[in-house]
Ligand binder design. Structure first.
Ligand code: UD1
Length: 418
């Protein structure tokens, strides 16, 4: 297993370009199943989750080609409507394919999905939504089998604004007869992006970004070229890296509007952040104050995917901070690793109480999950001495060349094999 080897203590200076969002690219890849033609997705990012999702599409019969930096998928001859267990467990996004496969084939069978071990992650809302579109579902032996022969538009009221369920139901509605309404849907920017992609291919979806999405069924989606939005979580990770280390960095080809919840916590406390067109500039001194309370929430609230990186930053702030994780019940597994580095953190149920320490110390730590692993890298950048972060394949599920990005900003970080 490869590791990151980090010597902490450097400030960060310079600029880095941000790639496309994993969480936009993944549902768009699933949405490609609806397209009877060539799908060209620009700025193909090599996050492991995206590579796995592409393999899933190839298994369904898609023909893949990489041209310059774009992914071309010929979706005309798809010949399977089933995702077997060995593929479904590679990425949780396999479950987003249910809705799209139902649209295309009027039937679908998907094994229970994989993904980060951060909580129970049920799929009841996905299934409830599909049932409301008159899909017959059998959940047996680790597979969800769906019969969409009589599928039609319907109204779905989500009990919670789940990102994945919203995307799945939205895609199921695209080729279904009639109108589908999703009430209390998720409002994440990646959902707006999925709407834009689907509409560019010929769908009739509106309302994404608000709490009601309406999908008017059409008969076919065509070839399409699309560039998914930039990754707000990678952007936020590097903003927090600069906050913890001090320095001044520019994040290019990204969108500050998607990170207002983060900026409102940091601005004029730990650092100064401002946006200029598609750039974000961060200036940070070497000390920062505790933040009395941060609660993770669905968008536009504070993102759960930045919780670990924020806790890492707060571990050396002046005073005591409280973070409450409302989305995923076991998303503090990385905290034990931060404590090995000298952090003073108590976790009780969904709360983490972080008493800022003067110094973190380098240690050998293990990336328990994708964003927890990113938090450990940030702690390593700040710590005295050397930190080895093991199991970095977890981190690479959602970051491409993180070590190159950070080294380009002046951090001492390299990848070592084995
Ligand atoms: C997506 C993101 C993930 C992010 C999460 C929350 C992708 C590929 N992943 O995951 O990075 O952390 O949103 O912003 O976009 N829930 C149910 N039943 C369901 C579905 C969800 O109870 O059927 C619950 C979950 O257990 C969780 C909450 O709803 O507590 C949010 O989950 P959801 O928004 O669905 O997250 P994902 O789509 O899995």
């Amino acid at each position: 297993m490869d590791k990151f080897y980090i010597r902490g203590g450097n400030k960060l200076w310079g600029a880095v370009k941000i790639g496309c969002a994993k969480n936009a690219y993944l549902p768009i890849l699933a949405g490609s199943i609806l397209c009877d033609g060539i799908v060209k997705l620009n700025k193909y990012p090599k996050y492991i989750d995206i590579i796995h999702m592409t393999e899933i599409l190839e298994n369904l019969g898609a023909k893949k080609r990489i041209e310059d930096n774009s992914l071309l998928l010929d979706m005309t001859n798809l010949n399977k409507s089933e995702i077997p267990s060995y593929l479904a467990t590679l990425t949780r996004s396999s479950i987003f394919s249910l809705g799209a496969m139902l649209g295309r084939f009027k039937k679908a069978k998907v094994a229970y999905p994989g993904g980060c071990d951060i909580g129970a992650r049920p799929i009841d809302l996905h299934l409830k939504g599909l049932s409301a579109l008159n899909v017959k579902i059998v959940d047996k032996h680790g597979y969800i089998s769906c019969d969409g022969a009589n599928m039609k538009g319907g109204t779905v009221h989500l009990d919670f604004p789940s990102v994945g369920a919203t995307e799945n139901i939205m895609m199921a509605g695209v080729l279904a007869k009639g109108t589908t309404r999703i009430i209390n849907c998720a409002k994440e920017p990646e959902i707006v992006d999925l709407q834009n992609f689907l509409n560019k291919a010929g769908a009739k979806v509106k309302g994404a970004g608000t709490s009601v999405i309406t999908v008017v069924g059409v008969s076919k989606l065509d070839s399409v070229e699309y560039t998914p939005i930039s990754d707000r979580i990678i952007t936020g990770t590097y903003v927090l890296a600069c906050t913890i280390c001090g320095g001044e960095i520019e994040l290019e080809t990204t969108n500050g509007k998607h990170l207002e919840a983060l900026f409102s916590k940091l601005n004029n406390n730990a650092c100064k952040i401002w946006s200029k067109n598609d750039k974000i500039i961060v200036q940070s001194g070497s000390t920062h104050n505790a933040i009395s309370k941060i609660e993770t929430m669905p968008y536009p609230g504070f993102p759960t995917d930045l919780q670990a990186q924020m806790v890492a930053m707060l571990s050396t702030s002046k005073g005591t901070s409280v973070v409450i994780e409302n989305l995923f019940e076991t998303r503090y597994k990385y905290v034990g690793e931060l404590i090995k580095m000298g952090a003073d953190i108590i976790v009780k149920d969904r709360s983490a109480i972080i008493k800022g320490v003067d110094k973190l110390y380098g240690a050998e730590v293990f990336a328990t999950d994708l964003r927890g692993g990113a938090g450990l890298v940030l702690a390593g950048l700040k710590a005295n001495g050397y930190t080895k972060v093991d199991n970095i394949s977890q981190i690479e599920r959602g970051y491409e060349n993180m070590e190159k990005d950070l080294a380009g900003l002046g951090a001492e970080i390299k990848r070592i094999s084995g």
